[in-house]
Design a protein around this ligand. Sequence first.
Ligand code: FES
Length: 159
Amino acid sequence: MEAKDKFIIDTILDTYSNIDDPQLVILQNIQEILGYVGEEYLTYVSENSEYSLTELYGVVSFYPQFRFDPPGKHTIKVCSGTACHVRGGSGIAQELEDILEIKPGGTTKDGLFSLESVRCLGCCGLSPVIMIDEETYGRVKKGGLQKILDSYKTEEVAE
Ligand code: FES
């Protein structure tokens, strides 16, 4: 792990050393600043705090907001909110996982896509909804996702 990453985590641990049960806020800060909460970061936190590696993994696995891998070039947010859920959002989420071969919090092997599950993207009238970077895709259909993803791969080849 790079010295600058250790410095960042030391600073975060120091900053929250006086609050009750800072585990969650420490992990949120690490992800916000370093982009993800990978194994090396969790190990370093466990070695320098009261929290065991098992406890830290438990928290990171429980909250879908956490990412184990460095973020990919494009971030896909799939909505798991109520409006999207009742209109087939879970099928969309599953199809994305199948195509990309990752779970929420993961990044594809080629580093092109990261997948996140979010509660609501704020455009429930378009459900089911996904977002890729800043682009919103509404009323997405199973079977239509590959075409959307391919457009990002084509863009990659053109660059
Ligand atoms: S519930 Fe999916 S956008 Fe609001």
